[in-house]
Design a protein around this ligand. Sequence first.
Ligand SMILES: O=P(O)(O)OC[C@@]1(O)O[C@H](CO)[C@@H](O)[C@@H]1O
Ligand SMILES: [Mg+2]
Ligand SMILES: [Mg+2]
Length: 278
Amino acid sequence: MCFPQIILNAFKQQKQVHLKSSQADLVTETDLRVETILKSAIRDKYPVHRFIGEESVAAGECVELTDSPTWIIDPIDGTANFVHRFPFVAISIAFTVNKQVKAPMEFGIVYSCVEDKLFYAQKGRGAFLNGEPLNASGQEGGITCEPDSDDDDEVRWQGLSGLCCIPDDMLCVCFSVRALGTAAVDMCQVATGGADAYYHIGMHCWDIAASSIIVQEAGGVVMDTDGSPFDMMSRRVIAASSTAVANRISQVIQAFPCRRDDEDQCRCICGGKGVNSV
Ligand SMILES: O=P(O)(O)OC[C@@]1(O)O[C@H](CO)[C@@H](O)[C@@H]1O
Ligand SMILES: [Mg+2]
Ligand SMILES: [Mg+2]
């Protein structure tokens, strides 16, 4: 059975849910099964390739980008949605080489399973949804924003109130707010033009690596929340319809530092598990 079908079949079933880093950070047997299937299928074909998989890292593996071609996998983005049968659950797969954290990935795939929407992009070749070309809105004025934060609500609403109360004489006004509970699908809305901006503080590289290139190839902009260049390991991202909107958002949200995904890399090289163990 193919792995999206595994997710769809399990979607309707009762699930055994385990907590990871917090009450909001869930994992099910399906997350683990899909990541294992994906990694073994890729490893069979490309034995020297490496992986950064959400559930492998949760099991103690290092987040280690080397010069080797690397697959960055979130087997189910939106596990909380999956557990509650809220129909926004996605598989996110990105591919990068030569330790690219800032430049666009080589390619990215986000498959929103229940919607049956396949978002994908390859560097320099455009972004697509179910085969149709994607274009970000290019909007520079009134925007629809998808804010998210894995930290306290205060940060989220501080940012939002900043966005919603920008004086009219300033560049952009936020007209409405959406959040689907899957960073990968949320961010892809900017690539479709359905949203003009997305920002997130606290997610992980596997949540946004694929959607970052999908946004870029659709003509959108990605950057860090402090306005510096996008860095998928920093756990902070703004995706927007235009540089003007991205810059405006970086000016009003309260960016705070997050422990980088690759922060323990040296521990891993010295003595961490470092071996793909899922
Ligand atoms: O753990 P999961 O399901 O792969 O990710 C869930 C997620 O979308 O929800 C959080 C808040 O939106 C984000 O940090 C993260 O991307
Ligand atoms: Mg995720
Ligand atoms: Mg996940």
